[in-house]
Write a new protein. Structure first.
Length: 303
């Protein structure tokens, strides 16, 4: 079972418009609404592809009740830690003519010390039957920078791998704690390390202690950087139009699934991550894969 922890979930609202024109008024059908946040998207993809996933997250306020209702309807195994701050919203506007998506993410509200303790305790308890621990997504305001490092330590204590998708000090501390895999995108990596070169930025995280660094490059695919050998680069044969929201989460799901099965070859992890990420772009909502993901995996090319 893959334990996916999301400390800052969101109620995702996805609108679709024929063409997005900045500064103009748009009419749209009611949005698709679902429980979201990076770790929840990871768990959904794991479940869709036949794996066992368990989502641990928080919920607060009326929006938290809607998040809980959606999770119950989805039948995704989960545990919600009640918090006082309302669950944030994330708004995606899909421009159907351009094949582009504009996303507005609320920051969310802070958690109390007691709420952080409850989330940590739940993660420690739920990790007992887990085969991989995933920590994914932004942290709420005033969060402890070492939260994800604590998840890495929990996983290490159980002798299982960990995958962290974060940014800034939280990502550095997770690397220092020995995360099996970290997966920032190019902008997050530059923000975290201060280095615009993704290979050099990845090597900084390797030097800190991460086992493998996967760097999302958007339409250019993904890099895998290890402590030995040249970086690996894979991409699709051509850029894909669609909704990239959740593409990085699908990559994390792919990596966690392989690690949980005992596969740790960076080349195999990279290939599966790129294919599932591409399939997420072709799906209508974050947390889903287009059924073509096996074919996409067979047609990847080196960058």
């Amino acid at each position: 079972m893959i334990l996916a922890v999301t400390p800052n979930p969101a109620l995702d609202l996805t609108y679709r418009v024929p063409a997005l024109q900045p500064g103009e008024t748009h009419r749209a059908a009611p949005p698709a609404v679902r429980a979201g946040g990076k770790g929840l998207n990871v768990a959904r993809v794991v479940a869709q592809t036949g794996g066992a996933a368990f989502a641990l997250t928080t919920a607060g306020g009326p929006s938290g009740l809607r998040l809980a209702d959606d999770l119950e309807a989805s039948r995704l195994p989960n545990e919600l830690v009640p918090v006082a701050s309302p669950t944030r919203s994330s708004i995606a506007v899909v421009d159907e003519s351009a094949g582009e998506t504009t996303v507005i993410n609320e920051t969310g509200g802070p958690l109390t010390e007691a709420e952080w303790t409850a989330l940590r305790d739940a993660a420690s308890r739920l990790a007992i039957p887990a085969t991989c621990v995933v920590g994914s997504g932004s942290l709420p305001p005033d969060a402890p920078d070492d939260f994800y490092a604590g998840l890495v330590a929990i996983a290490a204590g159980r002798g299982i791998p960990s995958v962290i998708d974060a940014v800034g000090p939280a990502l550095v501390l997770a690397a220092e704690a020995g995360a099996s895999v970290v997966k920032p995108n190019r902008l997050e990596l530059a923000e975290t390390t201060g280095n615009d070169d993704p290979v050099e930025g990845a090597r900084a995280l390797l030097d800190a202690g991460a086992g493998l660094v996967l760097v999302s490059l958007g339409a250019e695919g993904m890099l895998a950087v290890t402590g030995s050998g040249a970086p690996l680069h894979l991409r699709t044969t051509h850029p894909l139009a669609g909704n990239p929201t959740g593409a990085g989460d699908a990559a994390v799901a792919a990596v966690a699934t392989l690690l949980a099965s005992g596969t740790s070859d960076p080349a195999l992890l990279l290939r599966r991550a790129v294919a599932w990420s591409a399939a997420a772009v072709l799906a209508p909502l974050a947390g889903e894969l287009h059924p073509s993901y096996p074919e996409l995996e067979a047609r990847l090319v080196t960058g």
